[in-house]
Unconditional design. Structure first.
Length: 233
């Protein structure tokens, strides 16, 4: 036990030093107390530079809005060709299944600040709340979303045969990309008639003092579970 504690004690300063060398922003977030961190991500900022001395690493933290839809369209096409043909009925079911999943993930995972490590939360969602107008970091990188999606697909495979599981997963992916593109639109094209109401709904999520409006592509579950807050006209 003493050896483990000793190793942990050495590794923690080494990790902090590594963060400070490569990303002072990450180092600062990692060192904050929980109360400081929550206050930090709710005080909005201009787009951040995460790796000021490493342009390549900095460039890798940006994802153009068109990259994830192209990636996932290719993934669905390849899955249809080599894994299992898609069932339109089940794809629609998977698409509809995304809506409650979006609400649950956003409310209980993405807003678990204070209950999960600062750095993990900051990378997954806190960065977006700190700099909500950062267009390059609004879309989730495909490899990261793949890592989150694989356990979901694995859970579907435990319940269903491969053709059914893959069709449901394809529908979930389409729902997820619908959410991603709408999320991008409400931040960067809020005047578009098709997203104006959603933009008003989502702005309150970012700028209200009370937690609310976790649905991005819809407001249904916010109304159902009492987390909806309407804009005052």
């Amino acid at each position: 036990m003493q050896r483990i504690n000793s190793l942990t004690g050495v590794r923690a300063p080494m990790f902090a030093a590594w963060l400070q060398r490569y990303s002072p922003e990450f180092a600062s977030v990692n060192s904050m107390k929980k109360e400081e961190y929550v206050k930090y991500i709710t005080s909005h900022s201009d787009p951040l530079v995460l790796f000021p001395r490493h342009p390549l690493l900095e460039a890798l933290t940006h994802t153009p809005f068109y990259v994830p839809p192209l990636y996932w369209a290719a993934a669905i096409a390849l899955g249809h060709a080599f894994l299992a043909p898609l069932s339109c009925y089940l794809v629609v079911c998977g698409f509809l299944l995304w809506y409650p999943l979006e609400y649950e993930l956003h409310r209980f995972l993405f807003h678990a600040e204070g209950r999960i490590p600062n750095l993990f939360h900051f990378i997954v969602h806190g960065l977006h709340h700190r700099a909500p107008k950062d267009a390059g970091r609004l879309m989730f990188p495909p490899l990261a979303s793949t890592a989150l999606g694989l356990p979901i697909f694995g859970a579907l495979l435990l319940v269903f045969e491969v053709p059914t599981a893959w069709s449901l997963m394809a529908g979930l992916i389409i729902g997820y990309q619908n959410y991603e593109l709408l999320h991008y639109a409400v931040h960067h094209h809020p005047g578009w008639p098709i997203v104006r109401k959603l933009a008003n709904h989502h702005n309150l999520h970012h700028y209200s003092t009370a937690p609310c409006n976790y649905g991005v592509s819809h407001a249904f579950f916010d109304v159902l579970f009492g987390t909806n807050k309407a804009a005052v006209r």
